[in-house]
Design a protein around this ligand. Structure first.
Ligand code: SF4
Ligand code: SF4
Length: 338
């Protein structure tokens, strides 16, 4: 399991702010009820989906399909426009990893991941992570089952189907979700991005030479400092301090080029900015497009075929969604008049 070293910098600050906002949205949303109706509840047994004030019935699942299509194309659009923003800043895997690490640092007084961390520290961390996984799974469950119902069943010890020893569906869901969250955060972690997540695999198709990516300046950096050289003796600017690798949440070396495991989070940019700053030099790692790497004077082209096509599809989906919503409101209005 990779435990990234904390680093301060511009990207860290942006990440922290986005993490707090998205985390708060995750924790609060299933508990918001307006006029007795949940803001977001995917009630599968009742075949009724509450989505931000809209109640979707099974015969109206096209609303859900349009919302999912919209989210999918938004991902394509933002990736083409600004790189893997989703992976680095908004993906639940990234946000939960930060949360689990933050808690671990708090309870080990910043010994987390360091050689000074004792086995007893690890034991406490794993116990806390386990309860944290139960808590997050309960919140996650509340997106599919009203939280008051779950609370009542917990308080009344209704964990099994009456007169049997078969667990209720929500208990199975909770157990599986807790197990998956704990396994992921305590063991699997960066492997999810490097080996499992399909999005990392088709990023090559979503990015083009005008999409910003995190890159290492090979021309300036190489040849990097060799182990037998002193700092300053090397021909290139890279002093091979490896801080960019130590701060990386997936443990990769960006100096090896574009990789599936790179989330484009920019933490290695912060690391190299700190190191190079001590030599009054610019960072060797930065957000650049492939075009800017070949031709440093070129500017990012935001308006290009790919972004225009994705943008047009998004607008089209928005129009279709609004039209269907309008038609459906009129229908309800006519029915209620009868
Ligand atoms: S942080 Fe910068 S100087 Fe240090 S190894 Fe990485 S690229 Fe080289
Ligand atoms: S290589 Fe840099 S940008 Fe990519 S995941 Fe690691 S720290 Fe983030």
């Amino acid at each position: 399991m990779v435990i990234a070293r904390p680093i301060q910098g511009k990207h860290r600050k942006i990440k922290d702010r986005i993490n707090i906002i998205l985390f708060a949205i995750f924790l609060i949303t299933p508990f918001i009820y307006i006029n007795g109706k949940p803001l977001l509840l995917l009630d599968i047994p009742a075949r009724k989906f509450y989505v931000f004030g809209l109640i979707i019935w099974p015969q109206e699942l096209y609303f859900l399909h349009i919302i999912l299509l919209f989210l999918g194309f938004s991902l394509f659009f933002w990736t083409a426009l600004a790189g893997r923003l989703w992976c680095g800043y908004a993906c639940p895997q990234t946000i939960f990893t930060e949360a689990y690490n933050w808690i671990a640092r708090k309870i080990t007084k910043d010994r987390f991941g360091k050689p000074s961390m004792k086995k007893s520290d690890w034991f406490v961390v794993y116990i806390v992570w386990f309860f944290l996984s139960i808590f997050f799974s309960l919140v996650f469950l509340s997106y599919f089952k009203p939280y008051k119902e779950t609370l009542n069943q917990i308080l009344n010890f209704e964990f099994f189907i009456p007169t049997t020893l078969i667990p209720q569906n929500w208990v199975i869901f909770l157990a599986l979700s807790t197990g998956a969250a704990f396994f992921n955060m305590a063991y699997f972690r960066e492997n999810m991005c490097r080996l499992v997540c399909p999005y990392g695999r088709f990023q090559v198709a979503l990015l083009d030479k005008h999409s910003p990516i995190v890159t290492y300046d090979v021309k300036r950096g190489e040849p990097r400092k060799k182990p037998n050289e002193k700092v300053g003796q090397q021909k290139g600017d890279c002093i091979d301090c490896k801080l960019c690798v130590l701060v990386c949440p997936t443990g990769i070396d960006i100096r090896d080029g574009l990789q599936i495991g790179c989330l484009h989070c920019g933490l290695c940019v912060d690391a190299c900015t700190t190191v190079m700053g001590k030599f009054n030099k610019e960072t060797l790692i930065s957000y650049k497009t492939m075009d800017q790497i070949e031709n440093p004077q070129s500017k990012i082209q935001y308006f290009r075929a790919r972004t225009i096509i994705y943008g047009t599809i998004l607008i089209f989906l928005l129009i279709v969604f609004s039209y269907l919503l309008y038609k459906r409101s009129s229908y309800i209005y006519i029915c209620s008049k009868r």
